[in-house]
Design a protein around this ligand. Structure first.
Ligand code: IMP
Ligand code: MG
Length: 180
C-alpha cells in the first residue's frame, strides 16, 4: 500500500488550535446556547473535539451534502443528502465544516439555512484555502489557513480514505486521481 501522507499539521498543533477556537467561540456566545451544525462527513472529528472544548451549552445536529466524489476538483454541484433533524429557527447557529475551498459548498449551506430563520448564522472551519475561492465567502472562525494542497486526515478524505489519520497530511501525488 501507499506510504503515510506527509504531515502538514500535527495532532498537537490541531489540538492546541481547536482549544483556542473553542475559547474564542465560548467568549463570543457567552450567556447563549449554540446550535452546532456539523457538515458530514469531513467535519465529524473536528466537531467532536470542538464541542468538548466549548464552555457554552451546545446542541449538535448533522447535515450531509454531496461533495467531490473521487475527484479532487470541485464540480460546483451541491445538494443536501441528509437534512438536519431539528429546526434552527430563532437559534444561534454555528456551522462546523472541515475545509473552505472554492466556497461553493458553504455558500449553498448558508443560503439554505438562512431561509430557515436562525437568530444568527456563523461558520467555523478547521482549514481555509483562500487561494481557491470561487465565490466571496469568509468564515468567522478559521483554524488554519493553508496553501493550495489537497489534504487528508483528521476527518478529511480522499475517495473515502485517510479520515482516521490523527493529523492533517498532504495527499501523496502518486495516487490515482491526484491532480496537483
Ligand atoms: P468547496 O465547495 O470547494 O469549498 O469544497 C468544500 C468541500 O470539498 C469540503 O467540505 C471537502 O469535503 C472537500 N475538499 C476541499 N478541499 C479538500 C481537501 O484538500 N481535502 C479533502 N477534501 C477537500
Ligand atoms: Mg466535506
Amino acid at each position: 500500500m501507499s506510504q503515510s501522507p506527509p504531515v502538514l499539521l500535527s495532532a498537537q498543533q490541531i489540538s492546541a488550535r481547536v482549544t483556542e477556537l473553542a475559547e474564542g467561540i465560548s467568549r463570543d456566545y457567552a450567556g447563549r446556547q449554540l446550535a452546532l451544525v456539523c457538515v458530514l462527513r469531513g467535519a465529524a472529528i473536528f466537531l467532536a473535539d470542538l464541542v468538548r472544548a466549548l464552555q457554552v451549552p451546545a446542541t449538535v445536529d448533522f447535515l450531509a451534502v454531496s461533495s467531490y466524489g473521487r475527484s479532487t476538483v470541485s464540480s460546483g454541484f451541491v445538494r443536501i443528502t441528509k437534512d438536519l433533524e431539528d429546526s434552527i429557527q430563532g437559534k444561534d447557529v454555528l456551522v462546523v465544516e472541515d475545509i473552505l475551498d472554492s466556497g461553493r459548498t458553504l455558500q449553498f449551506i448558508l443560503e439554505t439555512l438562512k431561509l430557515r430563520g436562525p437568530r444568527s448564522l456563523r461558520v467555523c472551519v478547521l482549514l481555509d484555502k483562500p487561494s481557491r475561492r470561487a465565490v466571496e465567502l469568509k468564515a468567522h472562525y478559521v483554524g488554519f489557513t493553508i496553501p493550495d494542497l489537497f489534504v487528508v486526515g483528521y476527518g478529511l478524505d480522499w475517495a473515502g480514505r485517510y479520515r482516521n489519520l490523527p493529523y492533517v497530511g498532504i495527499l501523496p501525488c502518486e495516487q490515482e486521481g491526484c491532480e496537483q
